[in-house]
Design a protein around this ligand. Sequence first.
Ligand SMILES: *[C@@H]1O[C@H](CO)[C@@H](O)[C@H](O)[C@H]1NC(C)=O
Ligand SMILES: *[C@@H]1O[C@H](CO)[C@@H](O)[C@H](O)[C@H]1NC(C)=O
Ligand SMILES: *[C@@H]1O[C@H](CO)[C@@H](O)[C@H](O)[C@H]1NC(C)=O
Length: 348
Amino acid sequence: MKHSRVQDRSVCAGSLAFLSEYNTLLSTPIPFANRMPYHSTAIKSAGRLFARQNFLLFTICFIWLPILVNCHIHQIAPGKVHRHNLKRGGSNSNQSDGLSIWQPRPGVKWQIQLEEAVENTSINADVYDIDLFDNSAKTISAIHEHGTRVICYFSAGTFEEWRSDADQFSSSDFGSNLDDWPGERWIDINSSNVRRILSARLDMAQKKGCDGVDPDNIDGYDNENGLGLTTDDSIDLLKYLALEAHSRGMSIGLKNGGDIIGDVIDKMQWSVNEQCAQYNECDTYAAFTDVNKPVFHIEYSGEDVSYKGKLKVRVTEAKKSDACHAEGAEKFSTVIKNMDLSAWVEYC
Ligand SMILES: *[C@@H]1O[C@H](CO)[C@@H](O)[C@H](O)[C@H]1NC(C)=O
Ligand SMILES: *[C@@H]1O[C@H](CO)[C@@H](O)[C@H](O)[C@H]1NC(C)=O
Ligand SMILES: *[C@@H]1O[C@H](CO)[C@@H](O)[C@H](O)[C@H]1NC(C)=O
């Protein structure tokens, strides 16, 4: 079927509004009946009854039945997954751009894994942030089956030479290389070509069934980007991405970007933060929990250690305590990870 979830949702929401308007109409006197040229009240009310019953029959046959069939096929059936999600997702939905957008609550348990494709889809968390490109629609649907919502990660502010759409960028889109990340460059987030590529990535996210997106590297202004990017450029990009994500029925969050929180927080459903405990800036990101939106918080306190010839990850009690008791982070959803963002995780 060609129907996307977004279209189904808007069709059904629209239809329900339509039905409730018709109900109101049915319970009020029909103007048409009043205008009938009958003189006796008995004839008048019989005429009214006749008009009303025809009206009812008409709406049942031509409006209610088709709508009920349509909603059953397109909404109730995939809703099996949705009901699962609502059971655990810790969420409210929000009406934004005319669509129902998933709004998770502060403190929900989350996990993030960006290294390689997900293998274990049965994780013990409400929300799973995973790589958009590396994971299939099948994997995402398996995660949904376990009642976990899926956020799809992609880079919105850098070029990554290994991505399947890398050949779509033009040389004028490129800025400086990222020092610590080989094969990655800052891009001109103002360019219409870049925006087109980002929209195509959102199409991919929608097709794969992502509940929301986690666009990374939106803070070029805070780095040697080689393009003269400013905070205004980032604000404009985030507003664009929010509109595009919401119109596809997906939520979106702000990744880091502490300087622009005030300008975009209304459009964002959460914050994803790296290392606010380490840099002592959790207070800044608490702006999200203050308005009842979660902060998905990562501290990279996990250390790779060799144990009996195998590589393991561990965290010391002292580092765990620092990560878990940062000032301002009381309501955050904190995970302790290693730099590779493998499946390893430690909770507070
Ligand atoms: C998947 O992860 C969950 C939560 O960590 C764990 O309980 C379960 O045993 C894992 N399943 C497999 C097959 O590794
Ligand atoms: C991005 O576009 C805006 C308005 O179109 C402009 O003011 C700004 O200078 C541009 N930024 C870059 C880095 O080109
Ligand atoms: C719903 O979204 C609007 C606009 O994005 C925002 O202003 C409002 O606070 C949100 N409401 C809830 C309950 O999250």
